[in-house]
Design a protein around this ligand. Structure first.
Ligand SMILES: *[C@@H]1O[C@H](CO)[C@@H](O)[C@H](O)[C@H]1NC(C)=O
Ligand SMILES: *[C@@H]1O[C@H](CO)[C@@H](O)[C@H](O)[C@H]1NC(C)=O
Ligand SMILES: *[C@@H]1O[C@H](CO)[C@@H](O)[C@H](O)[C@H]1NC(C)=O
Ligand SMILES: *[C@@H]1O[C@H](CO)[C@@H](O)[C@H](O)[C@H]1NC(C)=O
Ligand SMILES: *[C@@H]1O[C@H](CO)[C@@H](O)[C@H](O)[C@H]1NC(C)=O
Ligand SMILES: *[C@@H]1O[C@H](CO)[C@@H](O)[C@H](O)[C@H]1NC(C)=O
Length: 427
């Protein structure tokens, strides 16, 4: 065989193999249950399109509306729920496309929304249309949710919950308040029952003040870096308190650069290696395989796990707290509210979350302060306490991404929040 024939043969084989290679995502779907799902776009404003991806409970449409709906609110801002929440945290498949045992889709419907617009498969036709404030972002989400429940009316009576993470956790009280208002004034039909906030960026000041000390006590930064970063954090906290967000933003960048002098810092989980290599792989899979199973998605659009244009557009909102919305929910609604935080989380250290949750001003605050703690189900998964409709959860062994890092504790939280709403199967 001469070199030329060898070349021809090899090229031919490569082409044939590429043609017969089955999409591994389609294969994973076939090998497991089909996991029935629906997906599409909602135009939330002229030229701004939000992508939704809804997974039916237990992979079937049958009786799906008798099982709760969870609407997942991802963080960033700009992390794409269609990939990050779906494959890295609670969807039916892991990032390597093997089935996830602890998927939330067992017994519950899950709605992923790529938000703010411009994130994941969502898009804007002009960059001037990116959300500029938390208000813009929450209004767009409320609009998408409204349209979703108009398209799928069978879920209007189904108990529905918002669960959120990080920046999504900051947005969640505001969005919940908007939804509540819309339900009250009858512009939205939805059986809205509760919210969950995990690693919530609800009160950035409290989280930032604890970051240097947490890293120091964990042995991750040395004393010099602790002292210098503490000084920056205090300045930053001062500017947030004074609502001087332009200055605060400058010090936020300085704090990030100061702490990163350590190198190899993983803000998601103090002792875990970086999650980004795995997310890079996921990004490849989303673009090579998963995107092509969603016919409405323009194939020329590159999916990235973190979209920077929407992130940058929200820069001025980044440090603005959402405490008052949470207090309003506690004062004025019947929603069940769970705040949970991992003990290995650097972005929102557990001590910071515990601090702001006890500063909330609401009618049950005094009783909440003295409430006794209980064990989270399982072995050494942490503690929780509750008063009226508010609960706070100290989750052990988890960083910023609790659904994936401590699924057993997460399952207890989900069960707890949904407890009153167990819908009995038909007899
Ligand atoms: C998933 O669940 C199955 C059956 O309960 C079990 O055999 C398997 O080890 C579990 N996989 C993981 C990764 O936990
Ligand atoms: C859903 O599936 C899981 C396991 O796949 C099963 O344990 C559970 O009973 C099912 N739930 C419902 C409500 O059918
Ligand atoms: C995008 O929007 C801006 C502001 O409304 C407008 O000035 C610009 O012409 C638009 N660009 C395109 C390509 O439509
Ligand atoms: C009802 O609530 C929606 C959403 O918050 C708001 O846009 C609308 O103006 C409200 N309508 C009335 C009549 O209050
Ligand atoms: C897909 O996006 C490209 C680039 O923005 C655009 O040129 C093309 O018209 C779009 N295709 C469809 C079917 O919308
Ligand atoms: C909630 O109620 C408390 C008193 O119980 C009050 O101090 C606080 O200002 C209220 N907050 C909101 C946003 O309604």
């Amino acid at each position: 065989m001469n070199l030329f024939t060898l070349w021809i043969t090899t090229t031919f084989c490569v082409i044939v193999m590429a043609l017969i290679e089955e999409n591994p995502y389609t294969k994973a779907l076939k090998m497991n249950k089909q996991w029935e799902n629906i997906h599409g776009y909602v135009q939330v404003r002229p030229g701004a399109y939000m992508f939704y991806w809804f997974f039916y409970a237990n992979g079937t449409k049958i009786d799906a509306n008798r099982k709760p709906v969870i609407i997942w609110i991802q963080g960033g801002p700009g992390f794409a729920a269609s990939g990050v929440g779906n494959f890295a945290e609670m969807g039916p498949f892991h990032m390597d496309l093997t089935p996830r045992n602890h998927t939330w889709v067992k017994g519950r419907n899950v709605l992923f929304l790529d938000h703010p617009v411009g994130t994941g498969f969502s898009y804007v036709t002009n960059s001037s249309l990116h959300a500029k404030t938390d208000r813009d972002m929450a209004m767009d989400l409320a609009r998408a949710i409204k349209v979703f429940y108009r398209r799928y009316k069978e879920f209007r009576k189904t108990p529905t919950y918002l669960f959120s993470q990080s920046y999504g956790g900051k947005l969640c009280p505001r969005l919940a308040y908007y939804l509540h208002t819309a339900i009250e004034n009858k512009s939205l039909k939805l059986n809205f029952k509760g919210i969950g906030i995990g690693g919530g960026w609800v009160d950035p000041r409290e989280s930032i003040l604890v970051q240097p000390k947490f890293l120091y006590l964990s042995g991750v930064i040395d004393r010099n870096l602790y002292l210098s970063s503490s000084r920056v954090a205090k300045k930053l906290a001062h500017y947030i308190q004074e609502e001087e967000y332009f200055q605060a933003d400058i010090f936020d960048d300085i704090l990030f650069r100061t702490l990163n002098k350590q190198g190899e810092l993983n803000f998601n989980n103090v002792y875990a290696p970086s999650p980004y290599p795995a997310l890079d792989e996921l990004q490849d899979k989303m673009n090579k395989y998963i995107k092509y199973t969603l016919p409405e998605v323009n194939a020329t659009r590159k999916w990235v796990y973190l979209s920077l244009p929407p992130y940058n557009s929200l820069k001025r909102s980044f440090l603005v707290p959402s405490v008052s919305f949470l207090e309003a929910l506690l004062n004025k609604t019947k929603l069940k509210i769970a705040i949970y935080n991992g003990n290995l989380d650097v972005v929102t250290p557990l001590g910071g979350a515990c601090s702001w949750v006890h500063k909330l001003k609401w009618h049950g605050a005094a009783e909440f302060a003295t409430a006794k703690r209980h064990h989270i189900r399982g072995n050494r998964n942490g503690y929780y306490k509750e008063m009226n409709r508010l609960s706070f959860w100290w989750v052990f062994g988890a960083g910023h991404w609790i659904p994936e890092e401590n699924p057993e504790a997460m399952e207890h939280i989900l069960d707890y929040v949904m407890a009153e709403d167990v819908v009995k199967p038909p007899t």
